[in-house]
Design a protein around this ligand. Structure first.
Ligand SMILES: [Zn+2]
Length: 259
């Protein structure tokens, strides 16, 4: 849970620091918005999302479509917009794209959008894959951690950002929430998005992807106050530095280096 809060605190700090001059009706801080995300809510959604009813969310299967519908309904109910066309939360991917991996069935990425207040044309993508292994030999592979945990997390992150936006404290840049399909079969959903981006990739500032945050590594037993950031030291030092700074600012115990 703490790890998750750190993720959103980082993200909110990215956007809210630079939005300080924007119209602000309340004195809510990024941490206040992060705290609107509760363990109870995450658990409620995850238990449904990774429940047997979703049949393991195998790409193209009935359970995968049900999972997509679940996410779409959550965004509609939460008043979070679709990116391009009103109420169109799906980026449909034709069956042929999957090279027989789905036995001729199509699937879809699920997308939602929070428009930036100052630089709406610049996009921050927050993603997680919502597919899992499906049902094999009668056994449902529920995939609660991989990647139900990331999926539900970014859903709740979106709600927190939307609340901030509704109260005049929204992000400066636009946020695209991207639930990709077909990851387990070979990253099909993210590849499809990259080849068919809804917004120009040259305006896409960063993609933060969340996968498997529902467990504590054996080397971290007794301390769940940590997060792994992978890749931040490869393309840009900026994210790494930002995360270190936020760690120091918000989570100084036991020490920033351990967080
Ligand atoms: Zn995964």
């Amino acid at each position: 849970m703490i790890r998750f809060l750190l993720v959103i605190a980082v993200a909110l700090t990215v956007s809210c620091n630079s939005a300080q001059n924007a119209t602000s009706k309340t004195k809510m801080t990024p941490v206040d918005y992060a705290n609107t995300i509760t363990a109870e809510n995450l658990k409620t959604h995850l238990y449904t999302f990774a429940g047997d009813e979703m049949e393991g969310r195998g790409t193209g299967e009935n359970g995968n479509n049900k999972a997509a519908e679940y996410l779409r309904n959550m965004y509609m109910d939460g008043g979070i917009a679709a990116p391009i066309e009103e109420n169109n939360y799906y980026q449909n991917i034709p069956s042929e794209y999957f090279n027989d991996a789905t036995k001729g069935k199509p699937s879809q990425n699920v997308v939602a959008f929070i428009k930036g207040s100052e630089k709406p044309e610049e996009i921050i993508v927050i993603s997680a894959h919502y597919d899992h292994l499906g049902t094999r030999d009668g056994k449902i592979y529920n995939g609660a951690d991989d990647d139900g945990s990331g999926t539900i997390s970014i859903l709740e992150v979106a709600k927190a950002f939307q609340k901030a936006a509704n109260e005049g404290n929204g992000p400066k840049r636009s946020i695209l929430i991207l639930h990709v399909t077909g990851e387990e079969l070979g990253l099909y959903g993210s590849k499809y998005y990259t080849e068919n981006p809804l917004f120009p990739l040259r305006n896409t500032i960063v993609n933060l992807n969340v996968d498997m945050i529902g467990r504590i590594g054996s080397e971290k037993k007794g301390n769940d106050n940590y997060i792994y950031l992978i890749g931040s030291d490869k393309l840009s030092q900026g994210l790494h530095d930002l995360s270190e700074n936020v760690n120091c600012l918000l989570y100084t115990s036991p020490s920033p280096r351990d967080s």
